[in-house]
Ligand binder design. Sequence first.
Ligand code: C5P
Length: 401
Amino acid sequence: MQILQDKKIVLGISGGIAAYKIPELVRRLKEQGADIRVVMTEGAKAFITPLTLQAVSGNAVADSLLDTAAELAMGHIELAKWADLIIIAPATADIIARMTAGMANDLLTTICLATSAPIAIAPAMNQQMWHALPTQANIKTLSERNVQIWGPGSGEQACGDVGLGRMLDVDELVTLASDFCTDKYLQGQHWVITAGPTREAIDPVRYISNHSSGKMGYAIAQAALRAGATVTLISGPVNIKAPVGSQLINVNSAEEMHEQALKFAPKSTIFVACAAVADYRVAQIATQKIKKSNDAMQLELVKNHDIVADVASLDNKPFMVGFAAETQNIEQYARGKLIRKNLDLIAANDVAKSGQGFNSNDNALTVYSAIDKTDIPLANKQIVAQRLVSLINQHYLAKKN
Ligand code: C5P
């Protein structure tokens, strides 16, 4: 199951320079399982060829309202009825104006009038054109009609101007489409997620840490947000961006993470401990850089608090999910942690296998409860996270009822 599995998307392209990014958008939406039919305006064809879009979408491109052969294949009304979602990217000032006026003077605007599917537009134009009063009035009207306005972004423009008017990046558009198409089954829930590594200082310039990239925890945050939850992400230092809409709490050490977790967890519905927390910290952090001297040196380490176990011992504890990264005896160790840490679920991954787990884009999990286990097979961390979030919710609802 992919995020856009079997979603039927009409992707309308109008005539802007950002049209050159659309083959990549089509590819990425297809990767998420969407079925794409491309509709191009005359202007769009000046920037990019229908053949390219046909090749990447795997379907004939529709570009004419008055083409008898094309109408025989999938006519404009059929296309309008077929769509679960219409995305227009890039959406120029011109098509925005024509949509607002309710015109039907080409295939794309006609489909927009003839559909009952939701419509999203990704505006792309010169910053002056974007700020122009007619454009702003049109955008306001479209928005009041429930057209989703995705962007524009800000930055350098093809014409050399700098400002608002750039089409959103392909990544952002895929995220918005995925968010829009996901059922908001977690509405009203608050998820607190720990993610990434912790850093245990040795002196002002050195620390002890591990290879956790934060990708799994961030993917869980993204999937929970997408399903409508409020998300607090308590994160150790990582090199990835927090999902838009999450409340990001940056921490360094395990003790800082512990403090923040105990602060946010009591108000939450579900607590997911995905962070690779250092088990020990340096007993005495040197205030000055330690100088090289003897051949050997010793650091005294003391145990850190177990964050997930401490949250699980709260009176008003949320539904508790832990992770177990193991290299051997996975089930035995995972079940041991489930009981010892007083968790509702534990998601175990085999970090000894290459291509999954730490730092990788892919993962596979086995999720244990006290009475059963569920396999989430190898897939990219977004897909694994989506399945895990849904599974956690099922167990949470079962416990609650
Ligand atoms: O390190 P360990 O294998 O015990 O981690 C199992 C689970 O406990 C993970 O969910 C991890 O995030 C959590 N943990 C924690 N605080 C620690 C150590 C681990 O929350 N100090």
